[in-house]
Design a protein around this ligand. Structure first.
Ligand SMILES: N[C@@H](CCC(=O)N[C@@H](CS)C(=O)NCC(=O)O)C(=O)O
Length: 203
């Protein structure tokens, strides 16, 4: 299978971490939807990465859908539980973490708009989502090593990616000082080979 991704996309990183945790072989096709010559809109009408093309040539996007597909393959460890309600609960953590990432991306894009078009109020609005999201994530974690059960889940992957993305794009947000439980949690996640091997390039 082929994964179309940019190396800085947090959503693509989430999928690369899932693939690494499951030791699933894949071809990484680096393509940034922001570049003029991108091929992404020809495979994903929404023009976003990540996009997965399976060995049967089926196309999947976005990252929660791709993660769901990868879970159907015969490759452990399971990142979603067998119980259907428990799966929805893990998906809720994934959505919360992805939502923090969404707000971080939106704040970054707004901050890059030219003088006169940039809205400081909109940046502040997105940063409030991040602050509330981090508080909710810490509450869900409750000082435990994992968000759900006693092993890594898709919720943890998405949460680790969101926290790492804040470090990359919003180093001014002091999330470690405000959330000591998330700090300890992130230290363990960031030490995993799947996170180390998908560290985004600076830029
Ligand atoms: N909800 C989507 C978000 C994907 C997304 O926004 N990807 C960004 C890269 S970080 C993108 O491709 N943006 C291009 C655009 O918005 O045109 C997912 O989880 O895959």
């Amino acid at each position: 299978m082929k994964l179309f991704a940019s190396l800085t996309s947090p959503y693509a990183r989430k999928i690369r971490i899932v693939l690494a945790e499951k030791k699933l072989p894949f071809e990484l096709v680096v393509d940034s939807p922001w570049e003029a010559n991108t091929r992404i809109p020809t495979i994903n009408p929404l023009g976003k990465v990540p996009v997965l093309i399976t060995d049967a040539e089926e196309v999947f996007f976005d990252s929660p859908v791709i993660a769901g597909y990868l879970e159907t393959l015969d490759a452990g460890p399971a990142l979603l539980p067998a119980d259907r309600l428990a799966t929805v609960q893990v998906r809720q953590s994934e959505a919360l973490a992805d939502g923090i990432t969404d707000a971080a991306v939106a704040a970054l894009l707004e901050s890059r708009r030219p003088d006169g078009q940039r809205s400081d109020a909109e940046i502040a609005r997105q940063k409030e989502k991040i602050a509330r999201g981090l508080a909710a994530l810490e509450a869900r974690l409750g000082g435990r090593p994992w968000l759900h059960g006693d092993a890594l889940s898709l919720g943890d992957v998405a949460a680790g990616v969101a926290l790492a993305y804040l470090d990359l794009r919003h180093p001014d947000i002091p999330w470690r000082a405000a959330h000591p439980a998330l700090k300890r949690y992130a230290e363990h996640l960031f030490a995993r080979p799947s996170f180390i091997d998908t560290t985004p390039p600076v830029g």
